[in-house]
Design a protein around this ligand. Sequence first.
Ligand code: HEM
Length: 156
Amino acid sequence: MRWQAITPIGVGHRSVADVYAGLLIPGDSLLIPNIWAMCPDEADYPGPERFYPERWLRDGILNPDVRDPLNFAFGFGRRICPGLHFADAGLFIIFASVLHVVRIGPPVNDDGACIVPLKLDVEPRSLTARLQPFSCLITTSVGLSGEYGSSCFCRQ
Ligand code: HEM
């Protein structure tokens, strides 16, 4: 939810009065939230492009001072996405279930060497942005012993 905005410009809201939170915003203005710019904000997330899960932790536990992307990725105010918790929990369950049984890594060339960095492109499309198809190597586990076998396949 933080690395790439799914809804880069959210959904427009209309101001109903001239002042909001002490700011002069003429009534009847259309407000378009720039969620796309909030995700990689250096002030909140130093080195925003870096895969760095520890950014969320302090002394090994969740750091409440790090801005929670759920507070902007799903919109704002009274019309905030009512599917927020369903989507957040659903994504966690899907990712955890997939990563429990497979490893996903960079593809390998004919010599068996990893092709890095893994190239990922996100294409904005009207209201939503989506990941473009990419090559990767998915390694399936053999049984549930925790050992990973050699049954690999590449997906384009
Ligand atoms: C990762 C997944 C999702 C994202 C990023 C997302 C994002 C958003 C955003 C940005 C808005 C506009 C909020 C605003 O006006 O400020 C919205 C509205 C809405 N979302 Fe989601 N959403 C997601 C999943 C879902 C799911 C799973 C459901 C239903 C099960 C859902 C139902 C709705 C509805 C009904 C609205 C309109 C709310 C209103 O205008 O009162 N969304 N969503």
